[in-house]
Design a protein around this ligand. Structure first.
Ligand code: SAH
Length: 353
């Protein structure tokens, strides 16, 4: 066993911090043995705060219309081959109602940056979900906005916001996004969301084109410093209708290792075993949980349009009804000794206002 790597993992468990070069060492020297060592510790830490409970969020992908042109994303503006859709307010409210009946106590409304969904329309939607059910947490994941908009959504009743930072390295950000997009603005958005009082989810893709282990070390340092309440990470998966066609997808191994390291950096963090992870391996989400993750996000999007929210190729869970999707995950979690719980799933220690 790599004694130096092991010592760094022990240190991370104790101090929740490593130097940049120490992270680089771990990432460069990942082995199955070392990853297993980290996963064991990560699971023990997670167990301490969350036991065997796995939180679940109902994901509603309400529009695939997007004004942005991110180079890796299948629903980028420049992809003329994807059939576009937008759910109406009523359709979304039907999905949340169905989700509530299935036992979901939190919903994630995710979409492309669709100009139809103005601040007023988002606020109206949030208020209506809040009227439907007082006891749910409402999460928005609709990209970069200005402070006034984030504040208005919050005042309307939104509790959480997911905005993956995508990368902590501005140079890498530039290689993954067109000129018109700004890394600084995205980072400012995250700080603003935190200031307003949202539970905030950041996150990044694992092994997109151009990413080096040094970049991943920067991601880990960013988690140390910013301490997002949640961190969504999944392997980058190639999509043939993007400029990155022909590139390689990220690996399950590296993603799971990072999940373990992030759990050790910030023990109480909410960590999803993502759909992208499940797409890259038939037991991807189980492997994620066994590496330290504690959240899954089954799909509640109406099946009729689900295939069209194609961020990447071969996305799983696009063919079955919401109830089946939940049932399937229920079984998967049970099979490895965990339990999907009916709960808002706040971060441990979060002070509910
Ligand atoms: N418009 C919203 C939601 C974006 S989609 C926003 O800007 O926040 C949600 C996440 O999917 C992205 O943040 C990105 O990290 C991830 N994603 C996009 N394309 C992907 C791909 N090809 N492979 C893996 N993940 C991808």
């Amino acid at each position: 066993m790599d004694q130096r790597g092991k010592a760094y993992i022990d240190q991370l468990e104790r101090e929740h911090h490593l130097a940049f070069d120490e992270y680089v060492y771990l990432l460069k020297n990942r082995s199955d043995e070392l990853a297993e060592y980290a996963a064991k510790k990560a699971v023990a830490v997670r167990q301490h705060f969350y036991g065997n409970a796995v939180y679940t969020r109902g994901l509603i992908e309400f529009t695939n219309i997007c004004k942005n042109n991110c180079l890796y994303c299948g629903i980028r503006r420049g992809n003329a081959t994807v059939e576009r859709y937008r759910l109406s307010e009523d359709e979304i409210l039907q999905s949340t109602e169905e989700g509530y009946q299935l036992g979901f106590r939190t919903f994630v409304l995710q979409g492309g940056e669709d100009p139809y969904y103005t601040d007023d329309r988002i606020c109206s939607l949030v208020r209506k979900i809040r009227e439907q059910h007082r006891d749910v947490a409402i999460t928005l994941s609709i990209g970069e906005k200005e402070r006034e908009s984030y504040q208005a959504f919050f005042d309307a009743g939104a509790n959480r916001y997911l905005l993956r930072h995508e990368t902590a390295n501005e140079d890498l950000y530039r290689k993954l996004h067109p000129e018109e997009m700004s890394w600084k603005h995205r980072m400012d958005c995250l700080r603003t969301l935190k200031e307003i009082g949202y539970q905030v989810g950041a996150g990044f893709m694992v092994e997109p084109p151009y990413q080096k282990v040094e970049d991943l070390a920067m991601e880990l340092q960013f988690i140390e410093d910013f301490k997002p309440d949640m961190c969504g990470i999944g392997p980058y998966i190639v999509h043939h209708e993007t400029p990155f066609r022909g590139e390689k997808s990220g690996t399950v191994e590296m993603t799971c290792f990072l999940l373990s390291l992030i759990r050790l950096i910030y023990p109480e963090i909410l960590l999803p075993a993502t759909t992208a992870l499940g797409t890259m391996h038939p037991r991807g989400r189980e492997l994620g949980i066994e590496s330290g993750a504690n959240v899954v996000m089954p799909n509640l999007t109406p099946v009729g349009v689900r295939k069209q929210y194609e961020l990447y190729e071969n996305k799983i869970c696009t063919g079955e009804e919401s109830a089946q999707c939940r049932g399937c995950l229920d079984q998967r979690m049970k099979s490895i000794g965990y339990e999907l719980v009916i709960d808002r799933g706040d971060r441990f220690g979060w002070n509910r206002r």
